[in-house]
Design a protein around this ligand. Sequence first.
Ligand code: FAD
Length: 317
Amino acid sequence: MSNSTVVVGAGIAGVACARALTAAGVPVRVLDRGRRPGGRMASRTLSGRVTDLGASYLTAADDSPFTAVVADWVSRGLARPWTDTFAVAGPDGVERTTSGPVRYAAPGGLRSLVADLAEGLDVVQERAVSRVEAGPRVDGEDVPAVVLALPDPQARRLLPDDLADRLLGEREWQPSLAVALGWDERRWPADLHGAFVHDDPVLEWVADDGDRRGDGAPVLVAHTTGDTAAAHLADPDAAAPAVAAAVRRVLGIDAAPAWTHVHRWTFARPADPREEPFGRVDGIGACGDGWRAPSKVESAWTSGHLLGTALGAEQSR
Ligand SMILES: Cc1cc2nc3c(=O)[nH]c(=O)nc-3n(C[C@H](O)[C@H](O)[C@H](O)COP(=O)(O)OP(=O)(O)OC[C@H]3O[C@@H](n4cnc5c(N)ncnc54)[C@H](O)[C@@H]3O)c2cc1C
């Protein structure tokens, strides 16, 4: 039997959980199938620079312990306050602006923040877990406890049906496509920051990636509606022309992008996230943005942190 608690998933929830366990003195190993930590806080090098292809930004409520994490990132230059003002666009173009909480972005891409949080932890990348059972057992090995820090449909695949039903129930998750579009020069207003797109069959949101990352690169990242994503899950690249046309129409851009890149998120967000902070059944825990509604980076961190804190208090007794 391994003496390490296993966390499956090195997104921000899994890493926050592992950090809380480590702080309580509990040995923990994080297993992730990707090449690098980050999950849906995904950044990829496109056309010579890092571009955010998952979450667009993060928020931190004043009364949340996540605020201290974000403040530390800001103090070290890893995160930066981006904006509190976005445009709202409709079928006929940009109509107005709306203000809200400060949104934070990362000069090195949001993935760099999860990588920073994972520093010093025992994280094994390119390790896809295939079976988690009562015991608990992870791929046939007995462990003190296991945490599934994954979207529900990905967690369900690992579990026997009865356990999945008791831990997770049946919940729908929605897809999205993130489409990066690069031009030779900026062709939209400097104060756009980002635009929520209403009543559009293709687009939900467009972010100015050069603005949020602070290098001014002429790159936008558009997120599609769930319906558009669902229609293109088998061949996401085929959505690029329609997305480019929609972005040009909504923002009034008079030239085609020089390049595009499509990233498919089959499980982008839960249709109906739970209010509870995390789930636990038979030594198996579940956390992430399917818990602690609404679904967002801050909720995922909080869910993982609270589950890790609870497990840490029990296991270090
Ligand atoms: C397009 C898009 C836009 C978004 N925009 C925003 C935004 O602007 N602001 C905001 O706050 N939030 C946003 N979000 C939501 C935010 O990204 C998530 O809430 C958060 O990143 C979820 O983190 P997590 O740790 O719960 O899950 P994930 O980040 O999904 O982490 C799960 C991890 O599990 C790993 N994994 C999966 N299966 C296995 C397996 N079998 N074995 C081992 N590892 C496995 C994956 O590789 C992944 O690293 C957005 C999400 C998407 C997709």
